[in-house]
Design a binder for this molecule. Structure first.
Ligand SMILES: C[S@@+](CC[C@H](N)C(=O)[O-])C[C@H]1O[C@@H](n2cnc3c(N)ncnc32)[C@H](O)[C@@H]1O
Length: 383
């Protein structure tokens, strides 16, 4: 903030004054206003650490991670691991599940089998062991991870911490691991900014084979949300690519210069485990947004997306603006753009349709506006 030397700017204004001489600068008529703005600016509280970290990401479009298809880099894990709030929520959820699974009378005779699927470099293994210690429950942990680089770090961690007798590392994709026994608790964090967009449903469908029929999944459910937004900066950045493809994909972005036009609404929900033989991960939702009367007419450039996850019972975690977990920075919102900005006359509802489509080898979203005027279906057939 000390770099913002406002008085220099005011001198620049003065130098254009006809009466100005080097020795006796005169005050510009607006100078007191400028000084007062500088005074207010200098008295502002410093930005909290989280906002200082996020400032460079404001309105910066990023491709969502695809941790199933790609192996994450060490630096990405390192960033995850700094988000202590996320792991505290997991630890609270695991502690509650352990207490529900093993009564106080059974603590010395019962060992709970807990599997962390998608263990990364081990922070959820640590949270699980801490929950066990906190509740006095005995734990046997399997840490399943398909990224060979993360598995190497995981081995070092287990050795360093002396957890060898409690933790078994499995270097495998959870969807094809042949587990030697069934789990009481399945812990995962495969969530994207839109909940299911990193394919948590598909991975957990593959993993629930080795969860006991009365077993607990943490998270137990998650829901995505969207709301219409005016976001001309994001629209122009996408348009600069001069192709349709960039308008037919979603972006992770720290939303800043956007106007949120209506409260977020639920899009898709998933619950785990789901042993129903008819279960499908395809989804379709139609939503209507009523804009507040004082909004007047506006342009819609797309939809901001969020998620909320129930980890266990009343312990949740998420980024949906009305219920978001404070001080958690692992996820920025997602943005689904519209090819053309849509003009919304005052008091006209916005109707949008969203699909989650599943093919043999891929999962994709399609979206289309129906009212106040129709748009093409975006990302038709996941092209
Ligand atoms: C979002 S990261 C979370 C890592 C770690 N649990 C944490 O909180 O830092 C998801 C992890 O799941 C792993 N993963 C994704 N799909 C998987 C699969 N089908 N089988 C095993 N691991 C998987 C990824 O490689 C990644 O390490």
């Amino acid at each position: 903030r000390s770099n913002h030397n406002v008085s220099q700017v005011s001198e620049g204004v003065l130098s254009r004054d006809e009466n100005h001489t080097e020795d006796t600068p005169t005050q510009h008529a607006l100078s007191p206003y400028l000084d007062y703005m500088a005074y207010l600016y200098q008295r502002m509280d410093p930005l909290p650490e989280q906002e200082r970290f996020e400032i460079n990401y404001r309105d910066f479009l990023q491709s969502p991670l695809q941790p199933l298809m790609d192996n994450l880099e060490a630096q990405t894990y390192e960033t995850f691991e700094k988000d202590t709030v996320k792991y505290t929520q997991y630890q609270r959820a695991i502690a509650k599940a352990l207490v529900d699974k093993v009564s106080d009378d059974e603590v010395s005779t019962t060992r709970t089998v807990l599997m962390v699927v998608g263990a990364g470099r081990g922070p959820l293994v640590r949270a699980s062991l801490q929950a066990a210690e906190e509740t006095g429950r005995m734990l046997k942990v399997y840490a399943v991870e398909k990224n060979p680089n993360a598995v190497i770090t995981l081995h070092s961690l287990i050795k360093l911490e002396g957890w060898e007798s409690m933790v078994t590392i499995i270097s495998s994709d959870m969807r094809c691991w042949d587990a030697p026994e069934k789990a009481d608790i399945l812990v995962s964090e495969l969530l994207g900014s839109f909940g299911d967009n990193e394919l948590s449903p598909e991975c957990l469908d593959g993993a629930q084979r080795f969860l006991k029929p009365d077993g607990i999944s943490i998270p137990s459910s998650y829901t995505s949300f969207i709301q219409p937004v005016t976001a001309s900066k994001l629209h122009n950045d996408i348009k600069a690519h001069k192709d349709i493809a960039h308008f037919e994909t979603a972006y992770v972005v720290k939303l800043h210069r956007v106007a949120r036009l209506a409260p977020p609404q639920e899009v898709f929900s998933f619950a785990h485990p789901n042993f129903s033989p008819k279960a499908t991960n395809q989804r379709y939702t139609k939503l209507q947004f009523e804009l507040p009367q004082d909004t007047g007419s506006c342009l819609v450039h797309g939809f901001a997306g969020y998620f909320d996850a129930v980890l266990y019972k009343d312990v949740h975690l998420g980024i949906e603006p009305n219920t978001c977990t404070p001080n958690m920075f692992s996820w920025f919102p997602i943005f689904f753009p519209l090819r053309k900005p849509i003009y919304v006359p005052s008091e006209s509802p916005i109707e949008v349709h969203f699909w989650r489509c599943c093919g043999a080898t891929k999962v994709w979203y399609e979206w289309a506006l129906v009212a106040p005027s129709p748009s093409p279906i975006h990302n038709s057939n996941g092209r």
